[in-house]
Design a binder for this molecule. Sequence first.
Ligand code: CMX
Length: 423
Amino acid sequence: MSYLQNILEDKIEAWRSEANQLIDLKGDTVISEVTVNQVYGGMRGIKGLICDTSSVSPDTGLIIRNYPLLEITHILPEEVFFLLLTGDIPDETALTDIQSQLSKHAEVPTYVWDMLKAMPNDSHPMTMFNTAILSMSNESVFKKQYSQGMAKQDFWKAILQDAIQLVAKLPAVGAGVYRIRFEKGELIDPDPSLDWGANFAHMLGIPDPDNTVKKLMRLYLMLHCDHEGGNVSAFSALTVASALSDPYYAVSAGLNGLAGPLHGLANQECLRFVLEIKNHFNGVPSNKELTDFVWEHLNNGRVVPGYGHAVLRCPDPRFTAFMKFGKEHIQDSLIFSIVQKLFEVVPPILLEQGKAKNPWPNVDAASGSLLYHYGITEFSFYTVLFSISRAMGMVSQMVINRALGIPITRPKSVTAEWISKNT
Ligand code: CMX
């Protein structure tokens, strides 16, 4: 039994009894009512899921296991993974244990590389990344043990093994997608002396003389790790996993949702928008020029990528963390200056337009400018970075859901005729 599994064993016993107690005491308590607006409005605001790994408060943003995000931006991605799974920031022993497990399972099967190299050379990096994950479903410990009759109370242990083994491989898969798709040369082997995020930077092969790219990747992979349970990617992944499809199927499914422009792909769209502005004005526009440009964009029926959010009603703390990094490291970058100017100009415009419920920037508004500055200019790759990180949240939620025995997801739908006759 691994050190992590040992720790979780005790915690899960406590979580199970807490859940049973809540169900006994409050099982019939109403926590949400559903209006016709919500049925036609993407179920916005309906409380219908349990998720303990993180929560999103509209006015402060992401809280990971009771830690407001901006208080823990210094921790490593693998530390945040441990935190998501257990509720604790790891001590030295626990950190060494999770790092050694991630390192032990980092090798990617050869058939994944063969498959990625055989894909059309204009494939989107997200198609390649998600296909690579799906292709590894045969590696699933859960799938194997389930077919051998594993008991339901032990499901979480096999899911935990899959969680570690899958997350361990993602930096290499992501870096491999980058190098294959953009013809960067041979794949680069992991460096066992590096931590998980730094190793990703190393395998991308971006010049990094002062280790700032490693620092950025640690921050990037930490910040995107989870965003409670109801966003498209988490909800999709968890729904698929609730059918007891293995985590490879489920994570790939969730990430297919992340690949949509209203969700994770917004980081690619954002950088495209910033470059459009740069090319249009041949540099950084004045506030007046930028204001006119943004209005024209909106009046053409397009959204401003990187702004707005379904839950948040404040500047996203993940955006704030990236801006802090940018101000510290690339203050004189032209692209970053445009991002800063957009932050001044866009919220008042969205407020004046009066449609978006949240005029503030989200996680995707600043991240691309940092990646671009350090030489990752292929912006269709950006959502892969988001995915490597977000997989940690998805698999952590899966471990907990299986531990709590959450059943298959099956909300009820109604017809328009039913609404018209019954409401
Ligand atoms: N630019 C222009 N219009 C916007 C807008 C933006 N950034 N954000 C919202 N709106 C519009 C919506 O399109 C909607 O218009 P219609 O009534 O014409 O359909 C209206 O404002 C109300 O939308 P909302 O309730 O405020 O927002 P939703 O919860 O429906 O959608 C989101 C949230 C993120 C999809 C939306 O704000 C958006 O499209 N933003 C731009 C894309 C983006 O940055 N996505 C990344 C989100 C973070 C992530 O998941 O990675």
